[in-house]
Design a protein around this ligand. Structure first.
Ligand code: CP
Ligand code: NVA
Length: 308
């Protein structure tokens, strides 16, 4: 049977997302009540990082421990991955010694090649093209605060980066609309937009993109791997800051999200990210709960248990 991976959101069906979110609710409640829950006893997660991380490393490592398993951290600096070992060979070897693998790397092609040679499930912990774990946690966070996201409108203000492309997939899967505004020179790659055009609208003006939306979303202007473009991006993105004026255009009940880390005064003003509409800390915490449910699903499959 084909191994189930989570390399982008489109790898899962809506039913699978609903199942994993239901498990995340149960696992989160148990965590809050200090109830031990160890479905992954003696299982091992290997985490491979080719880029920096705080939230992703912490949530996967703590999550695996809380599920009764162990997590091993590898990075490019001190493993053979940084010395040119073919990714296909790494996939073969690493997957013979563990039960599940999480990778943060550069090109999506790297994780796809690794997964094609892996004997165990592989999770995308961020690539240049996608950040599915974060957007899954964000959708879960929206639903916790406001109920179903289907039929809602979400604004994306800023860079056409990995987060945006995962939000585009989420819009198709969960049935909401995305208003996208990016500066000139940093537009969405039209070739990567879904054929189905009813789930998004492109706006030249970021203020217009916020009109009556239910959620305003942004991210750093310079993603990891693009640092050489930082100064040019600071100039080009002026005007794309999510500030009180833009939030005032949104629905009064609108939420603000940012996957973090954030730069106050660049992509978001301090009064917005630290203000009452911001749910950024809930998004960060929900990485833990959603990924624990994801690990459980990918390692042991669907769990049938009577709720307690
Ligand atoms: N949001 C996110 O993935 O954070 P880290 O880069 O700290 O893992
Ligand atoms: N778009 C950002 C997300 C960081 C979590 C990056 O890729 O650096």
């Amino acid at each position: 049977m084909a191994i189930k991976h989570f390399l982008q959101l489109s790898d899962f069906t809506l039913d699978e997302f609903h199942y994993v979110m239901e498990r995340a609710r149960i696992i989160k409640r148990r965590f809050k009540e200090y109830q031990p829950y160890h479905p992954l006893l003696d299982r091992t997660l290997v985490m491979i990082f080719e880029k920096n991380s705080t939230r992703t490393r912490l949530s996967f490592e703590a999550g695996m421990h809380q599920l009764g398993g162990a997590a091993i951290y590898l990075n490019t600096r001190d493993s053979q991955l940084g010395r040119g070992e073919p990714v296909e060979d790494a996939g073969q070897v690493i997957s013979r010694m563990c039960d599940i693998i999480m990778i943060r790397t550069f090109g999506q092609d790297i994780i796809e090649r690794f997964a094609a040679h892996s004997r165990v499930p592989v999770i995308n912990g961020l690539t240049n093209e996608h950040h599915p774990c974060q957007v899954f946690a964000d959708v879960f966070t929206y639903i916790e605060h406001r109920g179903s996201i289907a039929g809602k409108t979400v604004a994306w203000i800023g860079d056409a980066n990995n987060m945006l492309y995962s939000w585009l997939q989420a819009a198709q899967i969960f049935g909401f609309h995305l208003n996208i505004s990016t500066p000139k020179g940093y537009e969405v790659d039209l070739a990567r937009l879904p054929a189905e055009k009813s789930h998004y609208t492109l706006f030249d003006n970021p203020v217009d993109a916020c009109h009556q939306v239910d959620l305003v979303n942004t991210d750093v202007w310079t993603s990891m791997g693009y640092e050489a473009e930082n100064q040019a991006r600071l100039d080009a993105f002026k005007g794309w800051i999510v500030d009180a004026d833009k939030m005032a255009r949104a629905h009064p009940e609108a939420l603000f999200m940012h996957c973090l880390p954030a730069h106050r005064g660049e992509e978001v003003s301090a009064d917005v990210i630290d203000g009452p509409q911001s749910v950024v800390w809930d998004e960060a915490e929900n990485r833990l709960h959603i990924q624990k449910a994801l690990l459980e699903y990918l390692v042991v499959g669907k769990v049938i248990e009577t709720p307690n």
